[in-house]
Design a protein around this ligand. Structure first.
Ligand code: AQP
Length: 341
């Protein structure tokens, strides 16, 4: 960063594209709550519905998933008074700044994004332009608040580097020190929760196999069944993490246990050394149910009052715009656009 002192401010978002997983919870939501509770930062959290529509979403499902995601944030511990909690499309400044960033970012930068390559695959001619430009909108989400820190899972690291590149190029092009060079916060035992069926793949809502993931809406029996059937190997657990080097599925279960229990992976392996999975898996299932069941019950309770969720989001959007409007106006002014006058 240059000489400008920016307010310590956290921004992060989750797409309301349905099917929240344990990966979203451990990789993202838990950090969001910790950063809110630390009291060191202003915290701003968002349902990024404009990102969700870069791939097809049924309109009714999108509305329902947006409210369900708001319920997840609150049930997991985000307090809409202490944090700003809102829905992206209710703050038009995100899309306005994204357009400017579309003009700053280079095609080559976007084309190198692994998420673009994975999601567009061989069918890139048919992918939406929005999916290609996704990282410029993400940069706008962060920089419209001059956010200094962004907690995310490991999979978002490359997009955050691109956010930094966009901020840097904007500052250089216009000879200003206006946008902060945001720090990614990728920490904890579960920054990359893997599929329960394949330890080389991220746990993901779009995996065709429901057995590959734990959904935040799964009941106790389903969670226990998925963990019981999770792919492992016949070896007992070793006494050090080194012993798990070539056993990605086993390592994943140890990491999940560590993240859910608040222990380090080293402590888990020290306690469980020598155990067979027939012993370790039931303990993990019990812990997962203990942590997830209260959140899903609270989500169901909140979802019963949609009007209250809408009221919380409308209030959050108002508060978000108080920060975003002056930053967009100043950006227009720097660029030479008369729009803000
Ligand atoms: N498996 C994961 N491990 C750790 N963190 C994860 N996140 C997602 N999956 C994992 C983190 O959750 C936040 C929100 O992610 P998103 O809304 O962008 O969702 P996503 O990454 O698109 O989730 P999926 O399940 O992977 O969706 P698909 O299948 O559509 O690609 C981010 O901080 C992300 O790092």
């Amino acid at each position: 960063m240059g000489d400008t002192a920016f307010t310590p401010r956290v921004f992060s978002g989750i797409q309301p594209s349905g099917g929240l997983t344990l990966g979203n919870y451990l990789g993202a939501m838990r950090r969001f709550v910790e950063m809110q509770d630390a009291g060191t930062y202003e915290t701003i959290y968002c349902m990024v519905d404009l990102h969700a529509i870069t791939v097809w979403q049924e309109p009714d499902a999108l509305r329902k998933n947006t409210r369900e995601l708001a319920a997840f944030f609150i049930a997991a511990g985000i307090d809409p008074e202490r944090s700003i909690l809102f829905n992206q499309s209710q703050v038009p400044e995100h899309a306005q700044l994204a357009w400017i960033f579309n003009c700053v970012a280079r095609m080559g930068w976007m084309g190198r994004m692994t998420q673009w390559k994975d999601k567009a695959g061989k069918n890139s001619e048919n992918a939406s332009l929005g999916l290609f430009a996704y990282p410029a909108l993400m940069a706008a989400d962060i920089l419209i608040y001059h956010a200094t820190h962004v907690p995310v899972g490991e999979d978002q690291k490359q997009h955050l580097e691109l956010t930094r590149d966009i901020a840097q190029k904007f500052n250089n092009d216009f000879k200003v020190d206006f946008f902060p060079i945001t720090e990614p916060v990728i920490e904890g035992a579960a920054t990359r929760v893997m599929s329960l069926r394949d330890g080389s793949k991220k746990m993901s809502k779009s995996d065709p196999s429901d057995m590959s993931r734990i959904n935040m809406s799964d009941d106790a029996d389903t969670i226990a069944k998925k963990i019981r059937k999770a792919k492992t190997d016949p070896e007992p657990l070793p006494d050090t993490l080194d012993g798990l080097k070539d056993r990605p599925e086993a390592r994943n279960l140890v990491d999940i246990y560590a993240a859910l229990s608040g222990m380090t992976a080293e402590q888990v392996i020290a306690d469980a050394a020598g155990q067979q999975f027939g012993q370790f898996k039931p303990a993990l299932a019990e812990l997962a149910v203990e942590k997830i069941a209260p959140i899903s019950a609270e989500m169901r309770r909140l979802m019963a009052d949609e009007a209250e969720i809408d009221r919380i989001l409308a209030r959050g959007a108002e508060r978000a715009r108080e920060i975003a409007i002056p930053i967009l106006a100043k950006t227009y002014d720097i660029v030479g656009l008369l729009g803000a006058r």
